[in-house]
Design a protein around this ligand. Sequence first.
Ligand SMILES: Nc1ncnc2c1ncn2[C@@H]1O[C@H](COP(=O)(O)OP(=O)(O)OP(=O)(O)O)[C@@H](O)[C@H]1O
Ligand SMILES: [Mg+2]
Length: 380
Amino acid sequence: MKKDIFDILVEISEIMNTIFETDELIPQILNITEKFLNVKRVSLMLIDDNKLKIIAATNLPVNFKEIEIPIGEGISGRVAMSGKPVIVNNESSCEDELGYKAKSYLSFPLKVRDKVIGVLNLTDKENDFFNNTDVKIAGYIASQCALAINRFSLYEEKKKTEHLKVIGKFTSSIAHDIKNLLQIVQSYIELMEIEMEGESEIKLYIDSICTEVKLIHGLTLDILDFANKQINLRKSRVRLSDFLNEIKKHADILTNLTPIKFEVTFEEDIEFECDKEKLFRVFFNLINNSIEAVGENGNIGLDVKKKDGDLIFELIDDGKGIKKENIDKIFDPFFTSGKMKGTGLGLAVVKEIVQAHKGVITVESEENKYTKFTVRIPIV
Ligand SMILES: Nc1ncnc2c1ncn2[C@@H]1O[C@H](COP(=O)(O)OP(=O)(O)OP(=O)(O)O)[C@@H](O)[C@H]1O
Ligand SMILES: [Mg+2]
């Protein structure tokens, strides 16, 4: 007895629902199509880079994976573009787009909501033409197929994210250990500095080691903050002049073997509340970038003023500037450009810290002229 279409659809959905591995999905789709529609050839194409690429097929030469069909061209290309199926039933056989002779051809779009993700092609129904029932079954297989492919790609994405989370945890635990060890190294260097009082040349070396250690320390803190996402502030009252002196001292160490000029100016000395260490790291990162941007020589200036209840820090350098096409990306994590060893985390962390202070950071730049970062935080 001939099976009722309803039974066929139920059987197809039962088979599709038992697939749990990506590897099984595609062969099953081909099997189902062959089994229920009795065709000589089935091909499944997915859109990639505005072209249809055959990802699986029955009865095609082995090198079918190299075949690419531009969207809009040939029957399947047109189906992908219009999102509508095409049925061809010819009395005499004609060539399909892959160069095969066939009398009947059925091409269905694979759609997820309104988006076409590929095409399912059935060629040459055995001793027959495609009838209305075949079209319904093929349409149902195509819709189940699109949903399954979408479900699996979401699943793959999820697996990737979980993998990244594990790497993130691993990295932050290492960063945490390095940070603790560096704190010990830093304490020993400070002790050496005290012991070496007066021996100017060695003191210079110690200063340099100290700077490098602080750089590594800052980097580990960036990684930790970034992995934690949540930035916890430890606020205290800070005098602006003390804070700027700290920054100046640090910038001088970084530039003392170069002709780079670093200048700090401020209008009024006030007290404000902030996480001193973290805000220091904001300027430490920004100044590091400026030093890298000016190269061998240049000018960097930090000016601070009060306006409408906010403290405004403007850091300007006359370095290489930022390309227009990059300016929207510089605060993105891992965006780095023009550096050998940049991690691209500096500005992402800077932005997080400024926002944790309920502040904003903006940038202005012209290539080969200047870059200006403005940090604005409310005075509390
Ligand atoms: N003052 C600046 N002048 C020119 N380009 C800058 C300046 N500040 C940032 N940039 C650009 O923004 C990019 C991102 O900066 P960010 O501090 O986030 O990462 P990085 O400096 O590349 O690496 P990291 O800080 O982790 O060592 C830099 O690679 C650089 O191309
Ligand atoms: Mg940086």
